[in-house]
Design a protein around this ligand. Structure first.
Ligand code: SAM
Length: 199
């Protein structure tokens, strides 16, 4: 699958733009100020670079080396530093802590991987650590404007709450909202959002 994403990111432009995701911007203040942030499926770096600009230490993980190379260039152009990690979440284990925050923006993986991954997220966060997720829902399929076509990649809020058992759900919402991110994500979109904290 990394070949598919390498190809998508091979152009000069940024597929989802260079501005951070709106949901992340709205909730970033909930991330602890100290400690490292892990961004899953970071792509071309817009969200990691935003968080680094807020003063966070960010590790940007993606299967696409092409995307993360662009992320490093974006960080340099903004005068911030990020760490990058090329890895496939299918065989990557999120090591237990200490992560102050873990972020997952449009990182759609098969449910069997998601369940295992989010279990690792629960154990990897430090006490007080925060998980932020925005994802497309199954209702988005067929609309165009972004998101996967396979329903197995589109969790419901109930799925996510079950996967994140052990965390306090601070914000959990299935909604429709306008998304405008580069040419890759456009229009009124069916999304699910979660903010969860380890107590
Ligand atoms: C829709 S893009 C979103 C990119 C970025 N989070 C953003 O909002 O701009 C999904 C990203 O998830 C990554 N991804 C999907 N499955 C993955 C996996 N199994 N391991 C690592 N990255 C994965 C893709 O390579 C891609 O960069």
């Amino acid at each position: 699958m990394s070949g598919k994403w390498d190809a998508k990111y091979s152009g000069m432009d940024f597929l989802y733009g260079t501005d951070a995701n709106d949901f992340l911007v709205a909730h970033a203040a909930l991330l602890p100020r100290a400690g490292r942030i892990l961004s899953l499926g970071e792509g071309e770096g817009r969200n990691a670079v935003y968080l680094a600009g807020l003063g966070h230490r960010v590790v940007a993980l993606d299967q696409s080396a092409v995307g993360l190379a662009k992320a490093e260039r974006l960080a340099a152009s903004r005068g911030v530093r990020i760490e990058t990690c090329v890895a496939d979440l299918a065989d990557y284990a999120v090591a237990p802590g200490p992560w102050a925050g873990i972020v997952s923006i449009w990182c759609h993986v098969p449910s069997v991987i998601r369940r295992r991954l989010l279990g690792e997220v629960v154990r990897a966060l430090e006490p007080g650590g925060v998980f932020l997720l925005e994802s497309y829902r199954a209702a988005q399929i067929g609309r165009g404007g972004g998101g996967p076509a396979d329903p197995d990649l589109t969790p419901s809020l109930a799925d996510l709450c079950a996967d994140l058992a052990g965390l306090d759900i601070v914000h959990g919402l299935e909604t429709e909202r306008p998304v405008a991110e580069g040419v890759g994500h456009r229009g009124l979109s069916a999304v699910v959002q979660v903010v969860a904290r380890r107590h």
